[in-house]
Design a protein around this ligand. Structure first.
Ligand code: AMP
Length: 603
């Protein structure tokens, strides 16, 4: 590498348990991210911690690696409890724990969240698990039923504490905190630090170490920066389109792991691009050779990790693609600084998944520069580009080659077959483009992932009303009197036994129902607060098990005890399909396996 920099901390230098270290090596992490480097040592020592970090910084591993390292594997009782605001996050964190603990014999992690069958959960809890990852509502429910025993708890993590606050779960979180042994260690992670969160930290944490990653943030002005919001296409297909249409000289593509560098470089190679991986596993000589090849045009694309690209200085790099978003603004600044060298113009493109939107804003705030949204080139753009290139090739060939022999051949063919020169040229053009058709192929579209909406309540209402109206307009029918249909799903009004007197707010109700019944927020309709109870519009004919989950869900320290207004059934099996269909996060086991496979691929 051209400019050596101080060698960063490695995972081996942290005192993690050997099986955990082995799993980290398996997933291909090269070095700890900043939040990991700062959090792991104090958490390993058993200290309490407050970390200001958001999704994408590597915060899950920041708490999971050290706290898993401290488990007593001779015990099967819960020793680590992780509270997360949504079932999606609970599942994700639980999968991450499973990955990091794959070499720990007898390890069990159990995600518990609403919407899952209670009997399965009870069975699993009975069987025992050292780690529980749950949403506050369901954890509370189990604590009240005394089906979750926290007497042996050693550590508790509050993940995305500010989200739990926003969703109205913070009182529940405090209640849960009070049910845990005083001796437990607490790690609190939050993207922002509103006063309520600080108060909780002051009240429940014991002399916590505070971690906030400061970022160095000067960007180069000659670099034009844009981002693509990942949707509709796989990242690889998106990158391929960009490569086809953007006029680039050399490109560096950043991914998070060593494994991903090799995988992506291979795929790009298979698509005809001169590409290679650059990662910390390669020895110095090989890394230097790769950089040399990039300089002298033997390679056009290098797929690198942050560590491997440290100090990389190659003038012809015209584009940097952040295929995986960096952990923080500082890493972003370092990455895009690989282009725009020696006063040249550079381009930086950032792929941002919906969950990573916040990191995009953090980068913009830290660099004090707007990153503009870009449109991906369309298929038509790709075809036009290929046609232009094709025409150029023809022109260059006519200009530079002696074509006498071929001209004679064509004249001969014209005479023998009585066809025009245009027809012959068209046939030859067809043959030539067969491997790479001039008309770009359609690529698989990816269905957008369902996200838990966290928009303010009145926004959602607007959306819901409009969606309901659209659906009605299409069907040409009139709205039901009691509850408006949403996207063609009939709604009924339900009563819940928590009202204004108990201090409930609509957001508390939405949060609890979304988590417990696993309903998308748009299917949670109008909410009306009364003094001692409230009403809420939900899909009609709710399946019995969802209904039961809701009966036992807690809000503001009270059971929802949901009932249908005016009585009526709740166990309609057609309704079951309807509601299941609209449930978020409830996937078939094949979906889950696919998700896990993809996740592992990402590592
Ligand atoms: P999180 O901030 O916990 O949501 O993590 C974001 C992503 O970063 C996950 O896909 C992790 O697998 C990945 N990740 C976490 N730590 C590292 C690391 N040290 N090196 C590379 N990738 C990491």
């Amino acid at each position: 590498m051209s400019s050596p920099s101080p060698s960063p901390l490695t995972f081996d230098q942290l005192a993690l348990a050997a099986p955990v270290l082995k799993a980290v090596a398996d997933v291909g992490y090269e070095i700890p991210s900043p939040i990991q480097a700062e959090s792991i040592p104090p958490l390993l020592e058993g200290r309490d911690l407050v970390g200001q970090a958001q999704t994408g910084t590597g915060k899950t591993a920041a708490f999971a690696l050290p706290l898993l390292s401290r488990l007593d594997m001779n015990q099967r009782q819960p020793q680590l409890l992780i509270l997360a605001p949504t079932r999606e996050l609970a599942i994700q964190v639980s999968e991450a724990c499973q990955t990091y603990a794959r070499h720990m014999k007898g390890f069990h992690v159990l995600p518990i969240y609403g919407g899952q069958s209670m009997s399965t959960q009870l069975r699993q809890l009975k069987r025992g698990a050292q780690v529980i990852v749950g949403t506050p509502g369901r954890v509370m429910d189990h604590l009240r039923r005394k089906t979750l025993d926290l007497s042996q708890l050693r550590a508790l993590v509050l993940d995305e504490a500010d989200e739990m606050l926003k969703m109205g779960f913070i009182d529940d979180v405090e209640w849960i905190l009070e049910q845990t042994p005083e001796t437990r260690q607490i790690a609190l992670f939050s993207a922002t630090m509103p006063e309520t969160i600080r108060r909780i930290a002051r009240r429940h944490l014991n002399d916590p170490i505070e971690i906030k990653i400061k970022t160095k943030t000067a960007t180069v002005e000659t670099i034009s920066q844009s981002y693509w919001q990942v949707s509709g296409l796989h990242k690889l297909d998106a990158l391929t389109r960009i490569l086809e249409v953007e006029a680039f000289d050399a490109m560096i593509v950043f991914v998070r792991t060593k494994n991903a560098t090799a995988e992506l470089a291979e795929k790009l190679e298979a698509r005809g691009y001169a590409s290679a991986a650059l990662n910390g596993d390669m020895n110095q000589a090989l890394r230097e050779k790769t950089v040399e090849q990039l300089k002298n045009r033997g390679l056009d694309i290098v797929v690198a990790t942050d560590v491997a690209a440290r100090g990389l200085d190659v003038e012809r790099i015209s584009h940097v693609v952040n295929y995986d978003i960096p952990y923080d603004a500082e890493a972003y600044v370092h990455r895009i600084g690989r282009t725009g060298r020696a006063g040249r113009k550079g381009n930086a493109i950032l792929f941002v998944a919906p969950r990573e939107k916040r990191m995009l804003r953090t980068i913009e705030n830290a660099t004090k520069q707007r990153i503009t949204a870009m449109q991906l080139p369309t298929r038509e753009d790709v075809s036009n580009r290929r046609i232009t290139e094709f025409k150029q090739q023809i022109a260059e060939t006519i200009e530079s080659q002696d074509l006498g022999f071929f001209e004679e051949l064509i004249v001969q063919y014209e005479g023998e077959h009585n066809v025009s020169a245009t027809e012959i040229a068209a046939a030859l053009a067809y043959l030539m483009q067969k491997k790479r058709p001039l008309a770009a192929k359609e690529v698989r579209e990816v269905k957008p992932q369902r996200q838990v909406e966290r928009a303010p309540r009145d926004h959602r209402h607007k959306g819901k009303g409009a969606a309901g109206r659209d659906a009605r307009e299409q069907r040409g029918d009139r709205p039901r009197k009691r509850a408006e249909a949403v996207d063609g799903v009939e709604m009924s009004t339900y009563r819940i036994e928590v009202g204004r007197e108990h201090g409930v707010l609509p957001k508390n109700i939405v949060g609890a129902i979304a988590n417990e019944a696993g309903l998308e927020n748009r299917y949670i309709g109008h909410i009306k607060l009364h003094d001692t109870y409230s009403t809420v519009d939900l899909p009609s004919g709710m399946p019995k098990e969802v209904f039961n989950d809701l009966k036992h869900a807690w809000v503001c320290n009270r059971k929802l005890a949901i009932s249908v207004v005016g009585g009526g059934d709740c166990g309609d099996s057609a309704g079951k399909d309807r509601v299941r269909h609209h449930k978020k996060g409830v996937k078939s086991s094949e979906d889950k396996r696919e998700k896990t496979r993809n996740k592992h691929k990402n590592y």
